[in-house]
Design a protein around this ligand. Structure first.
Ligand code: TMP
Length: 209
């Protein structure tokens, strides 16, 4: 049995990642592949419980290290109980956010070092990385308009941080893509969903069966 491919979507708030994950899964299924669509934080009952802690009011006042440890714990459960078994049985895994979100938000945004975030990932998840990471980038105006539609002013605890925080997150993502061009593809997310999806499919190019 050939191992499945692990594809992650990354980007800031309102980039359209969830829509793109769904469209990609549909396209892969029409090619006869088994596809597991999942998200972080979350994806297993244990990790979804940690998500509720992280994004709800219980998380108020936690410092960056506590936050990073919880994301790493959620990811550990998700990797061990859902992602790795799926890949091993040959399924493709399409994940809405993965470790690069911790590097960008808890690292770039909150100031932990990249080495610290990677070390937590090594301990929690054996350092597993996606085969391809699709970084969906949108201009701040497009992101703000989409978030207004989605959240109607009720952003979660992390999504609701100020513009300076989100600018640091976006800059960190851009830096990661420059540093690892073989693992990242940068996708222009400003256009309509079908156009962005076409960009995703062309980025997948050689990986498609
Ligand atoms: P979502 O809104 O894309 O579902 O993601 C939930 C929030 O959690 C979003 O604001 C990004 C944030 N996040 C981190 O800060 N670190 C992480 O490692 C992950 C996976 C998400």
């Amino acid at each position: 049995m050939t191992r499945g491919m692990f594809i992650a979507f990354e980007g800031g708030e309102g980039a359209g990642k969830s829509t793109q994950a769904r469209l990609l899964a549909e396209a892969l299924r029409t090619r006869g592949l088994e596809v597991v669509v999942t998200r972080e934080p979350g994806g297993t009952p244990g990790a979804e419980a940690i998500r509720a802690l992280l994004l709800g009011t219980a998380g108020e006042g936690w410092h960056a290290r506590a936050e990073a440890l919880l994301f790493a714990a959620a990811r550990s459960d998700h990797v061990e109980r859902l992602i790795v078994p799926a890949l091993e049985r040959g399924a493709w895994v399409v994940c809405d956010r993965f470790v690069d979100s911790s590097r960008a938000y808890q690292g770039g945004g909150l100031g932990l070092s990249d080495a610290e975030v990677r070390e937590l990932h090594r301990i929690g998840s054996g350092g597993l990385l996606p085969d391809l990471t699709l970084l969906v980038e949108v201009s701040p105006d497009v992101a703000a308009a989409r978030l207004d539609l989605r959240d109607a002013g009720n952003a979660d605890r992390i999504g609701g941080r100020d513009a300076a925080f989100h600018a640091k997150v976006a800059a960190a993502f851009a830096r990661f893509a420059e540093e690892e061009p073989a693992r990242f593809a940068r996708i222009d997310g400003d256009g309509p969903a079908a156009e962005v999806h076409a960009g995703v499919m062309s980025a997948l190019g050689g990986l498609l069966p």
